[in-house]
Structure formats: C-alpha cells, structure tokens
Write a protein of this length. Structure first.
Length: 488
C-alpha cells in the first residue's frame, strides 16, 4: 500500500501539465482576453521616497479605458499590435541588459555555468564530508552544522538538484548515528528550501524578482538576513527535536570512522575561499558601488574562471581545461529551462501590451480590476493574501525564477495600487515560493530527494506537517510585520 501511495504522488507529478504547457495556456488565455477587455492606462504621480529619493508611482485614481480596443494578432510585424506567435521571441529579447529579460537570462546562464565549475572541483563535496567526520562525535552539533551549511547553500546560490548526491551520501552516515531518513531530508532539503525562501541574494529567485520589480539588488538585505537567521534557528531546533525523538540506539560515535573522509587540500581551501570572497565582493559592490545585473554576472564569471584555474593547477577531481569548460556548459544548460520560462513570461506581458502604466494595455486593465477587488483591505491583509497566492501558484510553477517572471510583472505594480511596497511583494513571493517547495508533489527537487532517500511523499508530509504549518505561520508574521513597519 505504501508503494502505491508513493507511485500515486509520482504519477500526479508526471501527469500534471508541464510548466511550458501551463505558460502557453496562459498565453492563449491572454490572447482571448485581448478581444474581450478594453485596454486602459494610468498616470504617474511623483512622491518623495526614503533618503531623499524621488519615486514615480501609479496613481490609481487616474485609470481610464482607451477609446479604441486593441486586440492581439496571431502574427504581427507591427510594433503597435502584439502577435501571439511573436510572443516568445519578443519576451526573450525584451527589456534592457540591466533589468529586462535579456539581462536576467544572461545572469542565470553565466551564474549557472560558474557554479557548474565550482561543483565540478569537488571541493564543496569534500568540505561537507570533512564536516561530517569532524563533528560525528557530537551528533546534535553535526545536525546543526549540516542544517546551517545547507541553508547557506540555498540562500547564497539556490542549491537545488545538487542535493541528491548529498542525500545519498548522508543516508548511511545518519543511520550509523541512529537517525532516520526523514532527518536526512530535514538537514538537506528542508534546510536549503528555508535558505532559498529567506535569501537576501539568491541569483535564481530574489535577485530575479527584485530585478523585475525595479528594486535595487540586495535592497532590504538586513531585514532578510535577520529573517534567514530566525528561520534557520527554528529549523535547527525542530530538526534536533525530531531527530532525538526518533533516534534509534547506536554504538559508539566512532562507528562513523568507516565513512570515507577525504582530506581538504590547498586547492580545496582556495576554492572555498574564492566562493566566500565572491559573496563578499558582490555585497560590497551592490552596497557601495551600485553593482547590478551586468556586474554581478561578471563577478560570477570571475569566480568560475578562478575555480577552473585552481582546479587545473591542483588537479581537483582531475580537472582539465576541457572538463572545466564542460562543467560550465552543463551548469549553464541546467539554467536553460528557467531562461525559457522567463522568455515565455515576458512574452505574455508583451501580449498584454507591455508593462508601461502610461500606455494602453490589457495588463493595466487587469491591474485596475485587481486593485478594485482589494480596495479597502488593510495593507497587512493584502500582503498576507499575496503570500498565500504565491504559495498556491507554486503548485503549478515550481521554478523560482519562472514564478518570479510570471507573477512579479503583475504583483509589483499591483502592490503600488493597493498601498503595499514592492519590497513586500518580493518578500511574499520568495516566502510563498520557497517554503511550499517542501510539500508540493510537482516539485522536481522534492521528488528527486524523496526518491534518493527512499521516503514516501505521504510519509514526508505527515512527518513535517506541523513544522510546515509553523513555517508558514512564521512567514505570515514576517510579511505582516514588514507591512506594519513599512518595509521598502
């Protein structure tokens, strides 16, 4: 019966429409709506922002429908009339190198390639193995250390599919310490998704969302770092409680000595140092020098080149020039699905007439209808509804960058209309997207990790049900608190 339940969850994931198909269906819906809804436009109002800055925000009182409805065409070579078949191309090339689809896609591909090289050196793998061996004498400290490391992995570079080999590696190690397979998933999968959801710099999630929303990268970093710390500490506390409650009798901690523990050579330390230095460099560049997508993408390229040279000089995992370029290619290739989703999503915005609030578009009309339906709600309640909406939407589109590309073009200007800051709209996105990855059976990362650990989906959900609800309650508190504090 248990195998049937696991197969049922896997079958649901397999039968559910592919993300590309879902986005294409949305595009068709928008195409039909363009014949039914009259485009509208807003006027902008100038307001004083923080630190003496000046902002131009949409004035909801100025909305007006245009005199002439403008429907989309099937194929168009006219700039004034979007074409359904033109949408993917137009979406892929839309925007500027500093914030549009072109810039975001370049960031994803280059960052993915750079981390492909970092992972190919094997230094992170050996570092984790060394950590496991050194902390095996204190099982609770080991759990906390692993959770912290994987949470940082999720926060800094959006660790996802890379988890699977670590899950396979940790199952026998944790078994020797008396811990079950759910504990393995808590210190790996749960930790990375908490880091992913509360990140201040994840290039595949919050950075994409902030870029689309027109916010400076790493803005709100202090708030998010504090949030990450709270969520991570809570995750460590729950993991420790669960692990001790379900721990089986074991022998001496030295039993883990049979685990293969490679030593960390000078090359490994240099790779880890290069990774830490790059993170510090990015933070410095964004905070003090105004770095944005082009500079950050270049910083990751520099990281990839440095790690390739280190790997070649110290022969890490037998790295050669050819293997380094192949690792870059594979890392970038892993980002292609997300890049295409971004193109599809921006193509939908193109079909709706673009995202300029001062120009007639279907998007402006939909924003007006949305703001009217939420009119009168307190800002904190509207913020919480955004969180719940993003969490629900993640069932259909589990890619963080894809969900950002699909939802933020609507959520960012909608937040202006209902009195919620764009920073809170991004916060609601990242928490709703990241945390629900722990339970939605449509998540490829979740199902892959469950398969590697040989844990049924239903068993996993039952084990973390209270934990997940507590995480969502904590997320609600942060979103509502941010709204009450005017987080911007």
């Amino acid at each position: 019966m248990s195998d049937k339940k696991q197969r049922s969850a896997e079958a649901l994931s397999a039968r559910f429409p592919d993300t590309y198909l879902l986005v294409a269906m949305v595009g068709l819906l928008v195409f039909v709506l363009s014949f039914l809804i009259t485009p509208g436009q807003f006027e902008l109002e100038t307001t004083a922002g923080s630190n003496g800055t000046v902002k131009q925000l949409v004035d909801p009182e100025t909305f007006a429908f245009t005199d002439q409805p403008r429907s989309a065409a099937l194929f168009s070579n006219e700039e004034q009339r979007p074409g359904l078949l033109n949408a993917l191309y137009e979406g892929l090339v839309s925007g500027s190198r500093s914030g549009g689809a072109v810039g975001i896609i370049a960031l994803l591909l280059l960052t993915g390639g750079a981390f492909g090289i970092v992972m190919a050196t094997g230094s992170i793998d050996r570092g984790l193995r060394r950590l496991i061996s050194s902390e095996a004498h204190d099982a609770r400290l080991l759990l906390a250390a692993l959770f912290l490391v994987f949470s940082l992995g999720g926060a800094v570079f959006g660790m996802g599919e890379e988890l699977v080999p670590f899950v396979l590696m940790l199952v026998p190690v944790m078994a020797r310490l008396g811990y079950d397979r759910v504990t393995v998933l808590l210190v790996t999968l749960a930790a990375t998704q908490i880091g992913f959801a509360t990140s201040w710099m994840n290039p595949f999630s919050v950075a994409v969302a902030q870029g689309i929303a027109g916010l400076p990268l790493l803005s709100g970093m202090e708030f998010r770092i504090a949030m990450w710390a709270v969520f991570t500490l809570f995750g460590i506390a729950f993991t420790s409680w669960y692990a001790q409650r379900h721990r089986a009798p074991v022998g001496e901690p030295g039993d883990v000595a049979s685990f293969d523990t490679p030593s960390l050579g000078p090359g490994d330390w240099l790779v880890l140092l290069a990774l830490a230095a790059t993170v510090a460099w990015i933070v410095w560049g964004v905070v003090f020098s105004g770095y944005y997508l082009p500079e950050i993408a270049t910083q990751f390229v520099a990281l990839g080149i440095a790690c390739a040279l280190i790997g070649r000089v110290f022969s890490l995992n037998g790295m050669t020039g050819n293997s380094a370029t192949e690792a870059f290619r594979q890392g970038a290739q892993a980002m292609v699905p997300a890049a295409l989703i971004i193109g599809f999503a921006r193509g939908i915005v193109y079909l709706m007439g673009g995202d300029d609030p001062t120009q007639p578009s279907l998007l402006n009309s939909l924003l007006f209808f949305g703001s009217e339906s939420l009119a009168g709600l307190p800002a904190w309640l509207a913020s919480w509804l955004m969180l719940m909406g993003q969490g629900t939407f993640n069932f259909f589109v589990t890619s963080g960058s894809g969900q950002a590309a699909l939802t933020m073009p609507i959520m960012a200007p909608l937040s202006d209309l209902i009195g919620v800051t764009r920073q809170i709209a991004v916060l609601a996105f990242q928490l709703g997207d990241g945390l629900t990855n722990l339970v939605v059976p449509t998540s490829a990362v979740l199902m892959a990790c469950l398969g590697a650990a040989k844990v049924e989906w239903l068993t996993w959900v039952r084990a973390i049900a209270v934990f997940f609800l507590a995480l969502m309650a904590l997320a609600s508190l942060f979103v509502i608190g941010a709204s009450l504090l005017g987080f911007s």
